[in-house]
Design a protein around this ligand. Structure first.
Ligand code: SAM
Length: 247
């Protein structure tokens, strides 16, 4: 393992996402909220793109919340997640999954009514490219769950004790926070941008934390401290950025 893309090596997380997609676990608070904003804020949601989809587990929350059937394409850089998703959702022809990189989507312009990207932008470099790819392939509403704060913080969480000559970790995970202004500058004048507060049930998050702190490690699952979401020492100012693309 080396560099920032560490997803392929996490057996615990693969199982977690598989169980979620099979409905064996409670819905994620983030999935519930994304489904809710898709339902209430988008003009139409016949076709939904989910980038950084994991095993496609957000489908379950979308199915619960949306009033009509939708076509869904899930894209993820991790082959294992896509293999799992294809197996779990094989009975529904409306749902497709492909391996791909958010920074270079192999999709035509203006294809999807709704694009979602949850909990992925904080962990990748070059978010301008990623956000603009989401915008390029969308014709309606884009919803991005990401970390928005008062200042930009590029954070590397070291995954081993190996550091290079500059003192940078060799194996790491980004947990990056950007400002609203930076995101606005990234998107340019393609449409209107709104930022929604993260809505969550603190008890559900703590239930998940208490069930997972042993197996995942106390610094991996999210916990609530004085009403704020934390992962280890890091406070996570989750928000949903909504871009309504101009017609
Ligand atoms: C924290 S998980 C989020 C999964 C799901 N969206 C959720 O909110 O539970 C981040 C996902 O992004 C995927 N990912 C990481 N880098 C990516 C990239 N450059 N392009 C597409 N997917 C990526 C990972 O494989 C992983 O499944």
């Amino acid at each position: 393992m080396s560099g920032w893309n560490y997803w392929t090596k996490r057996d615990y997380y693969h199982k977690e996402l598989r169980d979620r997609a099979k409905g064996l676990k409670d819905e994620m608070e983030a999935a519930k909220q994304i489904a809710s904003v898709v339902e209430s804020k988008s003009e139409s949601y016949d076709s939904i793109l989910d980038v950084g989809c994991g095993t496609g587990h957000f489908i379950l929350s979308l199915e619960k919340k949306l009033n009509s059937q939708f076509k869904y394409l899930g894209i993820d850089i991790t082959q294992q997640h896509i293999d799992d998703a294809n197996e779990i959702f094989s009975a529904n022809q409306n749902y497709k999954f492909e391996v791909g990189d958010i920074r270079d989507l192999k999709l035509d312009d203006k294809t999807f009514e709704v694009s979602i990207c949850s909990n992925t932008i904080p962990h990748i470099p070059n978010i301008k490219k990623a956000i603009n790819e989401l915008i390029r392939v969308s014709k309606g509403d884009v919803f991005i769950r990401m970390l928005i704060g008062d200042e930009v913080l590029i954070t590397k969480k070291a995954l081993s004790d190996k550091f290079n000559e500059l003192g940078e970790p060799e194996d790491f995970m980004y947990v990056n926070i950007y400002t609203k202004d930076f995101v606005k500058e990234c998107i340019g004048d393609v449409g209107e941008m709104f930022v929604y507060d993260d809505v969550y049930d603190a008890e559900k998050i703590m239930k998940h934390y208490n069930e997972h702190k042993e197996i995942a490690g106390a610094n991996i699952a999210t916990r609530i401290v004085e009403g704020m979401q934390f992962k280890g020492c890091l406070m996570l100012p989750w928000k949903i950025v909504h871009i309504k693309i101009k017609k």
